[in-house]
Design a protein. Structure first.
Length: 206
């Protein structure tokens, strides 16, 4: 007897594809037109779905400003665990975030790099909560790379995790400031540059 794939699996894959398409479409429109100038109708039309379908996946367009934290942070965690065991924890954390940068670029998180006036406060607050939650997990991962008998190992792990994530947040802030000033931006190279600066500070202090 041939075993057939059950329907729910296919339906879930289609739902994931639609959700991903809406996120990517929104990211492109937010980057092109700005958040306030983009409507739910615009997003639905560009993604070839109805507005009713849109609201099956997201409560509002503000919800699209928040990345799928579970998927995003899983990518970063996977990249961190794949780093060489002997690698310095700070370098490993920076490299893991850098490896996930391509996902940042294709998610609606890029909208947060636009001027603050275009982003609703509760969306920024939601992202801050997500980052705070992941900071705890990244701290745990870093702690596993630090010798347990090292004095203040818990503090060192927390500082490393906070610094790596702060560098990523600094990139978003810099992008917003440069756009507000009417300057050209190069988001692809800013994150590696931020990590180079951070690692340079660490090397200089030794």
């Amino acid at each position: 007897m041939v075993t057939r794939t059950t329907g729910p699996g296919l339906r879930e894959r289609k739902k994931d594809q639609t959700r991903h398409a809406l996120r990517e479409t929104a990211a492109g429109l937010f980057a092109e037109r700005g958040f306030l100038q983009t409507t739910v109708a615009d997003i639905a039309a560009a993604a070839n779905v109805s507005e009713r379908t849109f609201f099956r996946y997201f409560d509002s367009k503000e919800a699209l400003l928040l990345p799928d934290s579970a998927e995003l942070f899983a990518r970063i965690e996977e990249a961190f665990l794949a780093r060489p065991a002997h690698e310095d924890p700070l370098r490993a954390a920076c490299a893991a975030l850098g490896d996930a940068a391509s996902y940042f670029a294709t998610s609606s998180l890029t909208a947060l790099a636009h001027p603050l006036g275009e982003v609703r406060e509760h969306a920024r607050a939601g992202l801050s909560r997500q980052v705070a939650d992941f900071e705890e997990r990244l701290t745990e991962l870093v702690r596993e790379r630090i010798p347990p008998d090292l004095p203040d190992a818990d503090l060192e792990a927390a500082v490393i995790a906070n610094c790596a994530l702060s560098a990523a947040r600094a990139v978003l802030r810099t992008l917003r400031n440069r756009r507000e000033a009417g300057l050209q931006v190069d988001p692809e190279n800013l994150l590696p540059r931020a990590f180079d600066i951070l690692l340079g500070i660490g090397d200089a202090s030794r």
